[in-house]
Design a protein around this ligand. Structure first.
Ligand SMILES: *[C@@H]1O[C@H](CO)[C@@H](O)[C@H](O)[C@H]1NC(C)=O
Ligand SMILES: *[C@@H]1O[C@H](CO)[C@@H](O)[C@H](O)[C@H]1NC(C)=O
Ligand SMILES: *[C@@H]1O[C@H](CO)[C@@H](O)[C@H](O)[C@H]1NC(C)=O
Ligand SMILES: *[C@@H]1O[C@H](CO)[C@@H](O)[C@H](O)[C@H]1NC(C)=O
Length: 621
C-alpha cells in the first residue's frame, strides 16, 4: 500500500513538472536586466544568443545558461567565461527573484572586464555553491553579507581590485576553495576552517597579522607579498599577542547587584527546599503550553538531592534565605554580558516565581518568571566532577564562542556543591516536543526539517571548529537540547555542559587527547540520532527498542521506506532526499566512532540535500 501511494505521488509530481517547463516571467526579466548590466547593453550579433524577453532561458537554451534537466524551468548555472563583458554585476536584479535565488548554484564570470562593487544582495542567491569572479575589475569591499552564503564551496575573487577587509568568511563552513590573490585586501585573514579547504591563496594583498592556519596546511606560496603577515610558514615570528584574553575575561565578569540577587533567589530556593523538606505540593495550573524540558528529561531519573517536588509558583513569602549562604553566593555569581538581563531588579527577582520544568540524569531545569515578562531557564547541574576554576574557565571560554544556532548562557553560578546556568527561556520548546509532543495542528514539513538539520549541523560545526583546541564538545547532544527560537530557528542548548557520566572511563579528570576526540565523535552520533528522529518522527527509546538499531534492521531488510515519518510521506516529501539524509544519519550513528564522518563532511552532505530540496518545485499536497 505504502509503496503504491508513493509511486502515485511520483507520477503526479512528474506530471506537474511537465506542465511547467518554462522559467517564470519575473526570473526571465531579471536575467535580461542582469545581462544588460553585465554587457553594458552590448548584445552579441549571434541570433541564437537569447537573453531577450521574447524567449525562454531554458527552453531556448540561452548562451551561458544551464538549467535543471528534470524541470527545465530552473536556472542552475550562469557561465560567461572570457566573454569580453565590461559592465557590472547587478546582484539586485539577479538575486531578488525567488526562483533564481532558490536554484542558481554556479555563477562563473571569470576573465572579463566587469567592474564595480559586489552588492550586498548577492547573499539572496543563497544556493550559490560556486562563485567565480576572478580576472575582472571588481573594486570595493566584499559585502559582509557574503559571510552568510552558507552553501559556498568555491569562491574565486582573485585578480581584481577588491580592497578593504574580508567579511567573516570563516563562518562559511562548507568552503573548500578560496582564491583571493592579486587584490588590495587588508586586515587579518579570517580564521577559516583550514581542514576543509583544499585550495587557498591570498598572495599579493595587504593582509597583516598572524596566519590562522595553525596546522600549516598551506605553504608560503599561498601568502606571498603581504608585508604585514607573520607566522611559522613565512619564517617570520609574530609579536607576542597583547594580553588580550586577560582583559577580556575581566570585562566578562561583570557583577551587578541584580544578578547577585538572581543567585540569591536560586540558592534561596534550594536552601528553602532543603530546609523544609515536606512542602505541600500544589498541582501546577496548566499555564504553559510549551515546556523547555522534555519527556526525555523525566525518564531514568534518580532524584538525588531531595524527594521534595518543586511547587509551581513559589511566591515571595516562601523564601527564607540564609544570610551566610547569600554572602557566599554574591561573590560567585557571574553574569556574562547580556542585554537581556541588564535591567534586572532585585525586587523583581524576589517576586519571580520559579517552576520545575524537568529533571534528568544530568540535572534539573527551572523556569523563573519576572514581573516585566522576562523568563529565564535555570539549569542546575548535578554530579559533575569539575573544579570551580575549571568550570569558570570553561564558561568564560564558551561565552567567547557565539553562533546564531547555539544558545549562549547568560549567567552562571558555581560553588563546591552547586553549579547553575541561566539561559533565556525559549517559549517554543524543544525539537523533542515539536517532534514527539502533541502534534495536533502543528505541521512540520520536510523542507523545515531539512533546514533544522542543516542549521544544527552548521552550529555544531562552528562550535567544534572553535572549541576543538579546548577539548570542549557538546557532550549531550539530543533533540531535547535543540531549542526553537521565536522564529522557529533551531539553536543548540547546553553546549559544553559535560555530561559524561563520572563512572565512564572518559570522565573529565582523566581526559586525554584521544578521548577528547572521541567525545567530539559522540556529538556526531548524537546528531545522527537527531537526524533519525527528524526522518522517522519516532522516539529514541520506545518500549525498549533503540531507534538506531531499529532503523538499521529495517534498512537491512530493504523496507527502507517504512522508516520514514508517515507525515512526511503523505506530504509528498522527496523519497530520494529522505533516503540521502537517511544515509547521512546512518553514517553518523555508526557504532565505531572512527567510522563516523567529520562534522564538516556532515554539513556538506546535508547542504547538498537541501540544495536539491530548495530547487524542487513547490508541491501540491
Ligand atoms: C530572442 O532569442 C531567441 C532565442 O535565441 C531568438 O530566437 C529570437 O530571435 C530573439 N528575439 C529577439 C527579438 O532578438
Ligand atoms: C569557469 O568557466 C571556465 C570556462 O567554461 C572554466 O574553464 C572554469 O573551470 C569554470 N569554473 C567552473 C568551476 O565552472
Ligand atoms: C539593477 O537591477 C534593478 C532591477 O532589479 C534595476 O532597478 C536597477 O536599475 C539595475 N541597476 C542598474 C544600475 O542598471
Ligand atoms: C598564489 O598566487 C600567486 C600569485 O598569483 C602565485 O604566484 C602562487 O604560485 C599561488 N600559489 C599557489 C599555491 O597556487
Amino acid at each position: 500500500m505504502e509503496k503504491i501511494s508513493i509511486w502515485l505521488l511520483f507520477v503526479s509530481l512528474f506530471l506537474v513538472i511537465h506542465v511547467a517547463d518554462s522559467v517564470d516571467d519575473a526570473a526571465r526579466d531579471a536575467l535580461v536586466t542582469f545581462y544588460t548590466g553585465l554587457s553594458n547593453n552590448n548584445r552579441p550579433s549571434d541570433l541564437n544568443f537569447g537573453w531577450n524577453s521574447s524567449s525562454d532561458p531554458c527552453r531556448d537554451k540561452w548562451k551561458g545558461v544551464d538549467c535543471d534537466a528534470k524541470t527545465n524551468s530552473l536556472v542552475k548555472k550562469i557561465e560567461f567565461y572570457n566573454s569580453g563583458l565590461s559592465g557590472f554585476l547587478n546582484a539586485t536584479a539577479l538575486c531578488n527573484v525567488d526562483s533564481i535565488a532558490a536554484s542558481l548554484n554556479l555563477l562563473n564570470l571569470s576573465l572579463n572586464n566587469i567592474g564595480g562593487e559586489i552588492q550586498a544582495d548577492i547573499v539572496k542567491c543563497k544556493q550559490l555553491t560556486r562563485l567565480f569572479l576572478g580576472g575582472n575589475q571588481f573594486t570595493g569591499k566584499l559585502p559582509d553579507s557574503m559571510a552568510m552564503l552558507g552553501n559556498l564551496i568555491q569562491l574565486d575573487i582573485s585578480n581584481n581590485r577588491f580592497g578593504g577587509e574580508l567579511p567573516g568568511l570563516a563562518r562559511v563552513s562548507s568552503l573548500q576553495m578560496f582564491l583571493a590573490q592579486n587584490n588590495q585586501l587588508k586586515g587579518e585573514i579570517p580564521a577559516f576552517d583550514f581542514s576543509n579547504l583544499d585550495q587557498f591563496n591570498v598572495s599579493n594583498n595587504n593582509f597583516q597579522g598572524p596566519i590562522p592556519d595553525v596546522s600549516q596546511k598551506f605553504h608560503a606560496d599561498s601568502y606571498l607579498n603581504n608585508a604585514g603577515l607573520c607566522g611559522e610558514v613565512l619564517q617570520k615570528t609574530c609579536p607576542p599577542p597583547k594580553k588580550k584574553s586577560k582583559g577580556l575575561s575581566n570585562k566578562g565578569i561583570l557583577m551587578f547587584s541584580g544578578y547577585i540577587a538572581l543567585g540569591l533567589v536560586i540558592v534561596g530556593l534550594i536552601v528553602f527546599r532543603l530546609t523544609r523538606k515536606k512542602v505541600e505540593s500544589v498541582e501546577a495550573p496548566a499555564r504553559s503550553p510549551n515546556k523547555v524540558a522534555s519527556v526525555d528529561d523525566f525518564v531514568d531519573t534518580k532524584p538525588s538531592f531531595t524527594s521534595v517536588e518543586l511547587k509551581t509558583d513559589v511566591s515571595k513569602s516562601d523564601f527564607s534565605i540564609n544570610s551566610t549562604e547569600s554572602v557566599m553566593v554574591s561573590s560567585s555569581l557571574v553574569v556574562l554580558t547580556s542585554p537581556t538581563v541588564s535591567d534586572l531588579k532585585f525586587e523583581d527577582l524576589l517576586r519571580a516565581p520559579a517552576e520545575l520544568l524537568g529533571r534528568g540524569k544530568h540535572g534539573t531545569l527551572y523556569r523563573v518568571i519576572f514581573d516585566n515578562g522576562m523568563v529565564l531557564a535555570v539549569k542546575r547541574i548535578k554530579g559533575w566532577m569539575i573544579s570551580i576554576d575549571e568550570f569558570k574557565q570553561r564558561m568564560l571560554r564558551l561565552d567567547q564562542v557565539k553562533h546564531p544556532n547555539v544558545l549562549p548562557p547568560l549567567a552562571f553560578y558555581c560553588s563546591k556543591h552547586e553549579k547553575l546556568l541561566v539561559y533565556e527561556y525559549q517559549l517554543n520548546g524543544s525539537l523533542f516536543t515539536l517532534l514527539h509532543g502533541n502534534r495536533s495542528g502543528r505541521r512540520f514539513e520536510w523542507a523545515s526539517r531539512l533546514s533544522v538539520a542543516a542549521k544544527i549541523a552548521e552550529g555544531l560545526a562552528f562550535m567544534h571548529h572553535e572549541l576543538h583546541g579546548d577539548g570542549i564538545p557538546h557532550g549531550n547532544l539530543k533533540s531535547s537540547n535543540i531549542m526553537l527560537k521565536s522564529n522557529m530557528e533551531p539553536c543548540i542548548s547546553e553546549y559544553g555542559l559535560m555530561a559524561m557520566d563520572p563512572q565512564e572511563p572518559s570522565s573529565m579528570q582523566q581526559q586525554t587527547k584521544d578521548t577528547a576526540t572521541s567525545d567530539f565523535k559522540a556529538d556526531i552520533y548524537g546528531l545522527g540520532v537527531i537526524l533519525l528522529e527528524l526522518l522517522t518522527g519516532k522516539l529514541v527509546h520506545n518500549d525498549g527498542v533503540d531507534l538506531t538499531s531499529w532503523v538499521q534492521s529495517v534498512v537491512r531488510e530493504e523496507w527502507t521506506v517504512e522508516v520514514f515519518d508517515r507525515a512526511l510521506i503523505s506530504e509528498g516529501a522527496s523519497e530520494e532526499e529522505m533516503l540521502n539524509l537517511l544515509q547521512v544519519a546512518i553514517k553518523c550513528s555508526n557504532q565505531a566512532p572512527e567510522s563516523r564522518p567529520s562534522i564538516n563532511q556532515v554539513v556538506t552532505m546535508i547542504n547538498a540535500i537541501k540544495e536539491e530540496e530548495d530547487k524542487s518545485p513547490v508541491q501540491e499536497p
